[in-house]
Design a protein around this ligand. Sequence first.
Ligand code: PLP
Length: 375
Amino acid sequence: MIDTTVPFLDLGSMHAEVRDELDACWRRAVDGSDFIGGAEVTAFESAFAEYCDRSHAVGVANGTDALALALAALGVGPGDEVVVPTNTFVATAEAVCAVGAAPVFVDVEPSTLLVDADLLEEVIGDRTAAVIVVHLYGQMPDMASIEAVCAHHGLHLVEDAAQAHGATWRQRPAGSFGAAAAFSFYPGKNLGALGDGGAVVTDDESLAASIRSLANHGRSVDGGEDHRAVGGNSRLDAVQAAALSVKLRRLEEWNQRRRQVHDWYTDTLPDQVEQLDVPAESTAVHHLEVVQVDGRDRVRAELGARGIATGIHYPVPCHRLPAYRRFVRPGQSFPVAEVTGDRLLSLPMFPHLDRVQVETVAGALADVLDHASVT
Ligand SMILES: *Cc1c(COP(=O)(O)O)cnc(C)c1O
């Protein structure tokens, strides 16, 4: 019998490629009793900074901390507002609240579902301190417009690049814009650790030093015990850093495979299924394959019944989440996020998805949608 089930995400084939190298990471860490910080972390930080075209990378415990530490080190705190797109993973807004500031939501563009740069001016006011741009689904928005708005108003620009390791906009990599950029190495991300991990990249040496200090109990960068700042604990493990160095060497190839998968979807998906636009200036790394389709809930259930796993990113936009509704301003509306919300569907996407699997997904979608048109 032919196996027609398609998983949403399968990291197995990826890890099989680098299995011996990953096993060696554990052995080295145990042999050297070197678990937190140290040479593995320093080596990964310099490789990752270079990959992002930045002078500094600071490894931290996860992507949410990376965002919050970047904001804190930039001096964003209570009384400040930070603009974030409503269509994002909740961690973007969470990080703003973690430093005591208030998120201000903006709507997204219909063709990419990324922040709409034209709407920024409407929400910027006296209290605005920063804009967090989210390279959602592995793609970057119009960075020239966003940079111009931030420069005009004197705002810090911070990138949430948790889904965009290796994406570019006009040939410049994600993470190379703005004051600082935050990455997550959660296992399912394009560059994933064997547990949690994150990093902040920046060109600003003193900002990097502040982040390193805040992430390590407020110690000075040389490890001194003077504790000039109230910090916390958000450090990258040596084992994670070693595994990330191994996987970073494969990232371009794996991102290229994701682009191939995306193109196969373009070739095979039925007309009723709309993919997002990839503007010419943008090289996407397709962290997720998000499409829009009418009758999403039924389609999703019927795909599930055929063994095809899908997701929704994200089922509820931030401005409607119970914990974040209070940040919506009177009279504010989010027509794009509201309308597209019920149509979003994330199809299986990972580097080792093969053409037959993509055809299975596309065929099942055609089947499910044809069936709907006759009833
Ligand atoms: C994953 C993710 C984060 C948070 O990263 P963690 O490592 O899970 O804390 C933040 N923003 C976006 C857009 C993400 O996808």
